[in-house]
Write a protein that binds this ligand. Structure first.
Ligand code: BES
Ligand code: ZN
Ligand code: ZN
Length: 484
């Protein structure tokens, strides 16, 4: 039941004995806290008597004992806790732990009597993993260390499950955080391949010739401006016992988005390595699915490309022909995600999945509407929308449904082609969703993760550090489990 993490080292280890983390609930010490208190000459209870905690959730105090440390963590009021809060406790504890001088840390199974041992262990373990993540491979000064958390009297299988899901989240975060000079489309495909081989998944990867031969003219137009070749990636999970039908996942995989000739201004271009966060979530989720082995077939599709400027790059005024035959007038080369997705969605639709969920860092407009922490959810299929929204809520990821207003479809009418790739500024996220829906003919949910896919600052990510968040992995896994 040990939760092993590799994390940034902030302090040298001075202590052999594990640090202990005990709860204060409604101003009172937990049972374990009381036992410790006796060994500590009432240092903990004396502290509480002086009312140094304001009773606010998340406060803590650090005590040094002989050869170890004790953290008193305030869970706030006696009642009214949620599993989301317990996950947040785990995140916070992992962050506190970074400053401890102990390698091993024993955490109480907080609120196990409230939620049951299994659910409580799962939420806490998830939080510990989420909060302990760090991406330091390019920092010479930072020492990465192994740290072990133990949930005292925890639920072993729940902790193990959390590890499996978090492996997928860590992979997604790593892929997003990797700089774009390293992680280009070719490298993204390589990493997907490495994951698939290790996990025992089928994978197919197409290069420029095959992409053009298949008639993916919208995707190719975006990709052809870069010296880094595109890669179309298809990953398949098949359950041991053959089943009828399958579900499909699609992720936007722009390993960098300069905007193309509709060039982004300098400040907006920063963080655009994260424009493959949808692809990362899909790859992370497939890794988890390979381990959990649900009795249902899952196919994942990523049209990976880099949106660059060159003599080969596409321009505004170009007319493209998508995989499904529809023609598209380009009015803004920065609306490239929907072009790559048009072909990935049409291709995925061809195999007639029972449902298709697509994730993309698609529009700044969605960030304006919902902020950094909430994804936009779009669907014309109300029951599927509810399924995915519910999975997200259970997984602790925030989504909010926005309308696919049919009246706005006419904003995408083109004078020269079947459709144009941008309409007007107001309602941009909705128009983007409507554009995508022209290339799908199966039940379909679009998640615009432009906000929560990448945290510009720590404050934008309640579940860990700045950078890639792994948003979507938990929702996808939960959704797939629920469909079984
Ligand atoms: N990758 C961006 C969207 C984005 C913006 C993601 C901010 C993450 C944070 C996308 O390709 C884009 O540039 N969209 C344009 C669309 C517009 C030209 C219609 C946008 O949102 O401005
Ligand atoms: Zn763009
Ligand atoms: Zn983009």
């Amino acid at each position: 039941m040990v939760i092993r993490v590799k994390t940034a080292r902030k302090k040298v280890f001075e202590h052999k004995a594990p640090a202990r983390i005990v709860a204060v609930l409604g101003g009172r010490l937990s049972e374990e806290g009381q036992l410790l208190d006796q060994q500590m000459n009432s240092a903990l209870s004396n502290y509480l008597k002086k009312k140094r905690f304001s009773g606010q959730f998340g406060e803590y105090a650090l005590f040094a004992v002989n050869d170890g440390e004790v953290v008193l963590f305030d869970l706030g009021k006696r009642r009214g806790h949620t599993l989301d809060q317990l996950r947040a406790v785990g995140v916070k504890l992992a962050e506190i732990a970074a400053g401890l001088a102990s390698r091993d840390i024993v955490v109480e199974n907080f609120l196990a009597d409230r939620f049951g041992k299994e659910s409580a262990s799962y939420a806490l373990a998830e939080g510990l993993f989420l909060g302990a993540y760090s991406f330091d491979k390019y920092k010479n000064e930072v020492k990465v260390i192994r740290r072990n958390f133990v949930i005292a009297h925890g639920h072993g299988p729940a902790v193990e499950r959390a590890r499996v899901v978090m492996d997928g989240v860590y992979l997604a975060r790593d892929l997003v955080n990797e700089p774009p000079n390293i992680l280009n489309p070719v490298e993204l495909a390589r990493r997907a391949q490495a994951m698939a081989e290790e996990a025992g998944l089928e994978i197919r990867v197409f290069g420029p010739e095959k992409i053009q031969e298949l008639g993916m003219g919208a995707y190719w137009a975006v990709a052809k401006g870069s010296d880094n070749e595109p890669r179309f990636i298809e990953i398949v999970y098949r359950p041991k016992e053959a089943v009828d039908g399958h579900i499909a996942l699609v992720g936007k995989g722009l390993t960098f988005d300069t905007g193309g000739y509709s060039l982004k201004p300098p400040k907006s271009m920063i963080t655009m390595k994260g424009d493959m966060a949808g692809a990362a979530a899909v790859i992370g989720a497939m890794k988890v699915i390979a381990e959990l082995k649900p009795p249902l077939e899952v196919r994942a599709y990523i049209a990976a490309a880099e949106n660059m400027i060159s003599g080969h790059a596409y321009r505004v005024d170009d007319v493209l022909k998508a995989y499904n035959g529809k023609t598209i007038e380009v009015l803004n080369t920065d609306a490239e995600g929907r072009l790559t997705l048009a072909d990935a969605l049409a291709y995925a639709s061809e195999k007639k999945p029972e449902a298709l969920v697509e994730l993309s860092t698609l529009t700044g407009s969605c960030v304006v509407a919902l902020g950094a922490q909430i994804a936009g959810l779009f669907s014309e299929e109300e029951s599927l929308a509810r399924e995915v929204a519910r999975a997200a809520a259970e997984a602790g990821e925030k989504v909010w449904q926005l309308p696919m207003e049919p009246a706005y479809k006419k904003l995408l009418k083109s004078d020269i082609a079947d459709i144009k790739n941008v309409g007007e500024r107001a309602g941009g996220a909705i128009q983007a969703a409507l554009f995508l829906s022209e290339f799908v003919n199966v039940p379909f949910v679009h998640l615009d993760i432009a906000g929560p896919g990448f945290a510009e600052e720590k404050k934008d990510n309640p579940d860990g550090p700045a950078g890639g968040t792994g948003f979507g992995v938990r929702t996808l896994v939960r959704w797939i489990e629920r469909r079984v």
